[in-house]
Design a protein around this ligand. Structure first.
Ligand SMILES: Nc1ncnc2c1ncn2[C@@H]1O[C@H](COP(=O)(O)OP(=O)(O)OP(=O)(O)O)[C@@H](O)[C@H]1O
Ligand SMILES: [Mg+2]
Length: 451
């Protein structure tokens, strides 16, 4: 696609010359013999670049420019100006003309200007199209939920969408915290800038700081080259600090300073670096008790939770479960190239009653596995849970399943000699989620191996 150009001049010879010249370059060229005609054609023509003479009888180049800006802000206008009218040319640039070519010009110069302008316009359009796709993928469309709690969440996200406010997202493992962070960024004015994600858990202080702030060459053993941190990478955009509750205490102080002064130094450096970053943090920890226990700085806690978005566990919004099942079934069917299979009534009831300690993530993988492996035309409770489910209401936490889960976990850990990473791999979980589950079950790796 070479692009569509509108050439505007009331001098017929010039119009023809430009049409010939640019037509040879492969553009689709249309012409307007007056400013008035240009205004009309701009409305209907879907051009990428307008090349207009500045001084014409009647409607002049400036008016064409203003009109073009109004009709389509992406439309680029190149002004052709008579010798000596540089002042007006500068004025035109201020009004949004992207370039000007003084008369007389040579053909190469004009070709070059149009090429450059056209490339920019087409690139910007591609970028926008990509962005729309990404927004589709990360916008509300992907967050399924009709429950009052989820509706309130959407409302709050909408209210703060066009602000830079710092948001703390809270919720158990697999409740959709990252999904909400995506929605916040892609609905904010920063959506065209990077969304940089960083997990603050399970790293040493040195590593967390070098991840966050970057480091200078030689800052510590292994720092063989200067490295840019996440803060710098997120400049102009959003930095998502996941599992912020696990950030080392000393790093918290540096983070607070970086937030408040919008300035920080790389590890091993003393050059202050200024950035413009919007922060979103997430945690599934009880930060209040971490503050009381001295594991989390109180000042940082208040600085992060300017707005707090709490995502309730799936078991507290069971009305969302059928919607989510439908969503994941269709999505998985499309992804795996299968026909979606319905759940039996019994299976659906079992899902609605299930505990879902792993929340939406657990539901999602159960549905996907069942779709792939169910032998029949419908998905049964056995396909989902590996065994037939009794009719008893499962809403209340079941001590038996609790013990069962704990036993299974102990057994898996033992088989991997307490290596959480390997155990997590085997059961197809994130390491951090397994750790979280172990915490919930009151289990440590050492104990599991000893027991
Ligand atoms: N409301 C929802 N609608 C659709 N999909 C969801 C929803 N909530 C979560 N999911 C899906 O569940 C999975 C887990 O979501 P996500 O990673 O955002 O959770 P999380 O809270 O960040 O989990 P963790 O604490 O484990 O990091 C993802 O596949 C996500 O797409
Ligand atoms: Mg997450």
């Amino acid at each position: 696609m070479q692009g569509r150009v509108l050439v505007v001049d009331d001098e017929k010879a010039m119009v023809l010359a430009l049409k010939g010249l640019l037509g040879k370059e492969g553009y689709h060229v249309e012409t307007a013999g007056s400013g008035e005609e240009a205004l009309r054609r701009i409305e209907t023509g879907s051009f990428h670049v307008v090349i207009t003479d500045l001084s014409m009888n009647g409607v002049g180049g400036m008016q064409v420019l203003e009109h073009a800006r109004r009709v389509d802000p992406d439309l680029a206008v190149v002004m052709i100006t008579a010798y000596g009218s540089e002042k007006i040319a500068v004025q035109a640039m201020k009004l949004g003309a992207v370039d000007y070519v003084p008369k007389p010009f040579d053909n190469d110069e004009l070709r070059l200007v149009v090429r450059r302008v056209m490339d920019t316009v087409l690139l910007r359009r591609d970028h926008r199209r990509l962005l729309e796709q990404v927004q589709g993928a990360f916008g509300f469309e992907q967050i399924v939920g009709q429950s009052p709690a989820m509706r309130r969440l959407f409302e709050t996200i909408d209210k703060i969408a066009d602000t830079d406010v710092t948001v703390l997202i809270r919720g158990g493992s697999g409740t959709g915290k990252e999904l909400v962070a995506n929605a916040l960024h892609y609905r904010s004015p920063r959506r065209t800038k990077p969304l940089v994600k960083m997990n603050c858990a399970a790293l040493s202080q040195e590593l967390v700081e070098s991840e966050l702030f970057g480091h200078e060459k030689g800052a510590f053993t292994g720092a063989i080259a200067r490295r840019e941190g996440k803060f710098e990478a997120a400049d102009g955009g959003t930095l998502f600090l996941d599992e912020v509750g696990d950030m080392p205490l000393e790093t918290q102080a540096k983070l607070l300073r970086a937030i408040q002064e919008k300035e920080f130094e790389r590890v091993g450096g003393n050059l202050p670096i200024r950035v413009d970053v919007r922060l979103i943090a997430a945690t599934n920890q009880d930060l209040e008790s971490a503050v009381r226990a001295g594991r989390f700085r109180e000042d940082l806690y208040y600085r992060l939770r300017v707005v707090e978005l709490a995502i309730p566990p799936l078991a507290e919004r069971r009305e969302d479960i059928p919607l989510l099942i439908d969503h994941f079934l269709r999505e998985a069917a499309a992804r795996f190239g299968r026909d979606p299979k319905p759940l039996t009534g019994e299976a659906l009831r079992a899902c609605v009653g299930h505990e879902w300690r792993g929340n939406v993530r657990e539901l999602r993988s159960a549905v996907e596995q069942a779709l792939l492996l169910a032998p029949g035309a419908e998905i049964t409770a056995a396909d989902l849970f590996g065994r037939p489910v009794e009719a008893a209401p499962a809403a209340a936490p079941l001590p038996a399943s609790f013990r069962e889960a704990k036993d299974r976990m102990v057994e898996t850990l033992r088989r991997h000699a307490g290596n959480i990473t390997k155990a997590a791999e085997e059961v197809g979980m994130h390491r951090q989620n397994l750790q979280q589950k172990m915490r919930e079950l009151g289990l440590t790796a050492d104990e599991a191996v000893k027991e």
